[in-house]
Design a binder for this molecule. Structure first.
Ligand SMILES: [Zn+2]
Length: 452
C-alpha cells in the first residue's frame, strides 16, 4: 500500500483526521436493509505474501484462510501488469481489484506513489460496490477500511466511491500499532454489522500486514504474526456471517485477496514492494460460495473479483463496461434456498411440512425438524417425494422431532405426521435444518400456520 516516501504528508493528514477518531468509540456501521438473498463479502489484506500465507496455513496458524480454501479455491495469481508499465503498489493493485480492469484502462500506474488523482475512477471506471449500487440501488453495500486512499477523499482516493450505503473509512497513521488498532476496529465494526445488519455486499480492508513489511520487514517473525492476525480478523468476519439469524436462507460468497506481495527483506524499507520480482507480483485468491468450483486448480485473477461480485449478486456484467476480468462462477446467479412451510391442523391434529428446492438449486438431501415442547408427534407419519410415497425407513419420528432422508433427485417433499393433540398455544416458528445434495445442513426457522 503506502509508500514510505510519502510518509511525511500522510502523517500530517493523519494528525488532523484519524488521530482524534480513535479517542472516542467509533460509530457503528448503519445502512438500509438488504434486497438480495445472495450476498458477498470481499476482504482485502494489503501486501500479503502468498508463500508466507501458504506456510501459515500449513502450520495451522491461518485456520480461517485454510477453511475457505477447502470450501472453494485458493492459490497464487500473478498481477496482470509489471514495471515499468505499472508499479506493484497499492493504488494500482486496489484500483485493479475494485474496478475489474488493469492499469492500461484505469490509468493508475503507480508513478505518483499513491497520489494519483481519481484512483480507480479517473477513466470512468468505478469500484464493484458503486457499480452494484448504480445497477440496483436497493442493494445494501458497505465499506470498512483503515487506509485513507480506499475510503477517503485523500491522496487521490477514494478508490471505493461515496455511493456506498455504509462506510467506516479510517486513515491510520504510519505505524504498525496504528494499523493494528485500525484493523481491529474495522474487523469489529464490520462483524457487528454483518451479524446484526443486513448488507448485501461489502469490502473490508486490512492494512497492518503491509505496514509491518515496510516498518519491520517481511522476512521477520513480526510479519508472520501479522498474517496470523489477519487470519483471526477474517475469522471474526466469517463467524459473524454464520451467526446471522437468516443465514439459513442466504447464500454467501467470501473472497479474500491482496494487491501485491513483498520482497524478502528482514529490515524496514519504503520500497519493500513496487518492483517486478515474482514475489512482489504474486497476489492470491481465496473464494468460497455458491457455484465456486471446490478445489479448482484454476485460480482466478485479481481482475476477476469485480465481475464475480456482480455475478454473485445476480447482476449481469454489461459488455459496455469494458471489464478485463470475468466472473469465475459460471452459469446463472446463485439460486434461492429451499422454500419450506409448516402447518398445524387442529381437526384430526397433524403437522404438515412442505419443502421445495428452488429452481436451478440442488435437490433436497435431508430435512430435520425440532419441535418445541407442547407439540408431540405420534407414529403414522407419511411422506411424499416428488409426488410419490416414500418408504418409512426414510422417516425418523421421535416425540419432539422428525428427520427425513431423501432419495436422490428430491425436489418437493410433503410430510404429514399425526399429533397427540393440538397444542394450546401453537408455536409461531419451528427450528429446522435443511440440507441440499452435496452441502451441509443449514439451520433455520420455519414459520408455522395453524389451520382447522
Ligand atoms: Zn506498501
Amino acid at each position: 500500500m503506502r509508500e514510505g516516501i510519502v510518509a511525511t504528508a500522510a502523517v500530517l493528514v493523519c494528525l488532523c483526521t484519524a488521530g482524534g477518531a480513535h479517542a472516542q468509540a467509533p460509530a457503528p456501521l448503519k445502512g438500509p436493509a438488504g434486497a438480495s438473498h445472495s450476498k458477498v463479502l470481499v476482504v482485502g489484506v494489503d501486501g500479503a505474501r502468498w508463500d508466507l500465507v501458504r506456510r501459515a496455513m500449513a502450520e495451522g496458524r491461518a485456520p480461517n484462510l485454510a477453511r475457505l480454501g477447502r470450501e472453494g479455491v485458493a492459490g497464487p495469481t500473478l498481477l496482470p501488469y509489471t514495471p515499468p508499465a505499472a508499479l506493484t503498489i497499492s493504488e494500482v493493485g486496489w484500483s485493479t481489484i475494485a474496478a475489474g480492469v488493469g492499469p492500461a484502462k484505469h490509468g493508475v500506474s503507480g508513478f505518483m506513489l499513491n497520489k494519483d488523482p481519481g484512483q480507480a475512477t479517473k477513466n470512468g471506471y468505478v469500484d464493484f460496490l458503486t457499480r452494484a449500487e448504480r445497477v440496483r440501488p436497493a442493494l445494501s453495500t458497505f465499506l470498512a477500511s483503515d487506509w485513507a486512499n480506499i475510503g477517503r477523499a485523500e491522496n487521490g482516493g477514494p478508490i471505493f466511491g461515496t455511493g456506498i450505503d455504509a462506510r467506516h473509512a479510517l486513515a491510520a497513521e504510519d505505524t504498525v500499532d496504528s494499523y493494528n488498532r485500525g484493523d481491529a476496529e474495522v474487523a469489529a465494526l464490520s462483524a457487528r454489522y454483518l451479524r446484526r445488519g443486513d448488507p448485501d455486499a461489502g469490502f473490508v480492508y486490512l492494512g497492518a500486514v503491509d505496514e509491518t513489511a515496510h516498518l519491520v520487514g517481511s522476512a521477520t517473525p513480526d510479519y508472520r504474526n501479522s498474517i496470523d492476525l489477519a487470519d483471526k480478523r477474517l475469522g471474526v468476519l466469517v463467524n459473524a456471517i454464520r451467526d446471522r439469524a437468516t443465514y439459513g436462507l442466504e447464500r454467501w460468497t467470501v473472497i479474500v485477496t491482496t494487491d501485491h506481495g513483498q520482497q524478502d527483506l528482514a529490515s524496514p524499507s519504503p520500497f519493500s514492494h513496487g518492483g517486478p520480482s515474482e514475489l512482489e507480483r504474486t497476489s492470491f485468491m481465496f473464494a468460497a460460495g455458491p457455484g465456486v468450483a471446490r478445489g479448482s486448480s484454476r485460480v482466478p485473477g485479481v481482475v476477476d473479483v469485480a465481475p464475480t461480485v456482480l455475478h454473485q449478486l445476480g447482476l449481469a456484467v454489461q459488455p459496455g463496461w469494458n471489464l478485463d476480468g470475468r466472473s469465475f462462477v459460471a452459469g446463472g446467479p446463485p439460486p434461492a434456498r429451499p422454500a419450506a412451510r409448516v402447518r398445524l391442523r387442529s381437526r384430526r391434529p397433524a403437522l404438515e411440512l412442505v419443502a421445495e428446492a428452488a429452481s436451478r438449486a440442488p435437490a433436497l438431501a435431508s430435512v430435520r425438524l425440532r419441535l418445541p415442547r407442547g407439540v408431540s408427534l405420534r407414529s403414522g407419519a407419511r411422506a411424499r417425494v416428488n409426488g410419490r410415497r416414500v418408504g418409512r425407513s426414510r422417516l425418523r419420528v421421535a416425540r419432539h422431532g422428525l428427520r427425513i432422508t431423501l432419495p436422490p433427485g428430491a425436489r418437493r417433499l410433503l410430510v404429514r405426521v399425526p399429533l397427540r393433540r393440538m397444542p394450546r398455544r401453537p408455536p409461531r416458528t419451528v427450528a429446522a435444518a435443511i440440507a441440499e445434495a452435496g452441502d451441509a445442513a443449514l439451520d433455520r426457522r420455519i414459520a408455522v400456520r395453524v389451520r382447522r
